[in-house]
Every structure is written in C-alpha cells, then in structure tokens.
Write a protein that binds this ligand. Sequence first.
Ligand code: HEC
Length: 143
Amino acid sequence: MNRYPLITTLLLFSALRVTSSAADFKADVLPIFEKKCMSCHREPYKTSSGRTKKPKGKLILSTPEGIKKGGSEGDTVVAKDSAKSLIYTRVTLDKTHDDFMPPEDKADPLTADELKALKEWIDGGAETGDWKGTKFDAEGKKI
Ligand code: HEC
C-alpha cells in the first residue's frame, strides 16, 4: 500500500493539470485554422476558371512548413512568445482594425476559447506533431 496517499493524490492532480492546460494542436488549434483561416491562407491552387489563387500575405497555414516559414512580414509564429507572433497579435486586435484577422465579414472572429487555445499552443512551443498538412478539393472542401 502507498504510505503517502495524500501526497500521491496531490502529485497526480498537479500532473493532470499540467497536461490538460497545454492546448493540443490537432484538437484545439488546427480546427480554427481550417475553419477560419485556410480559405485565404493555403497552398496555391487553381480555381474552376483556371486562375491560380495564391495565399494571402504569402502566408500558408495549411502545412507545417508554411506555418514555420511564415508570411511576407515574418514572425508569424514565434514559438513560446505569443506576444511576438503575428498569428496571435492579428487575431487579438480591435475588430475594426485594418489588420484584424480574419478580415471582417469573411469569417467569424476567434472566440475566447479559441484565443486561449491559440495562445497556449504558441507559448507551449507551437509544435504541430505528426500533422502533414490539410488538403482541399477543387471546391475548397477539406479532403
Ligand atoms: C478572407 C481572407 C482571409 C482570411 C479568412 C484570413 N486572412 Fe489573414 N490575411 C488576408 C490578407 C488579404 C492578408 C494580407 C494583407 C494583410 O497583411 O492584412 C492577410 C495577412 C495575414 C497575416 C500577415 C502575413 C504577413 O506576414 O504579411 C497573418 C499573420 C494572418 N493573415 C493571419 C490570419 C489568421 C490567423 C487567420 C484566421 C484566424 C486569417 N489570417 C484569416 C486574408 C485573410
């Protein structure tokens, strides 16, 4: 039998708290990017009329490499520093600001829970795990 049940319980609880407070990329962050960002920030693709659509601001959020590389301004994701990460600062601006993401009326602003998950993910190191990227069909539906 364990001689220190209280200490063991406390340790177990603190361990659980540590794991549950860090946002999980695939479960918590990727769905935000897929739903609210990738319509404009994904790999170049051809529309049905044959035009090539390029990622806005040269920023691709649909692949791990794209997230690491960032957009034309750089510093898209600065691991462990959400305050320096454009991907976070631009979703937390005033909604009427020109730089606010997603642009007004194009996708819903991030909810408080989504902002929290995004911040935690960046401050926790911004790892993308075994995610290989998200692909879309010609209609823009996720495959
Ligand atoms: C309707 C299209 C659209 C959507 C949706 C959208 N963006 Fe953008 N985004 C743009 C355009 C256009 C630019 C380039 C002009 C600018 O910098 O504002 C841009 C630029 C950016 C930049 C700066 C890139 C650089 O280095 O210049 C970041 C960061 C960014 N977006 C993040 C996001 C995030 C995060 C989301 C989802 C929450 C998102 N965007 C959703 C259109 C979009």
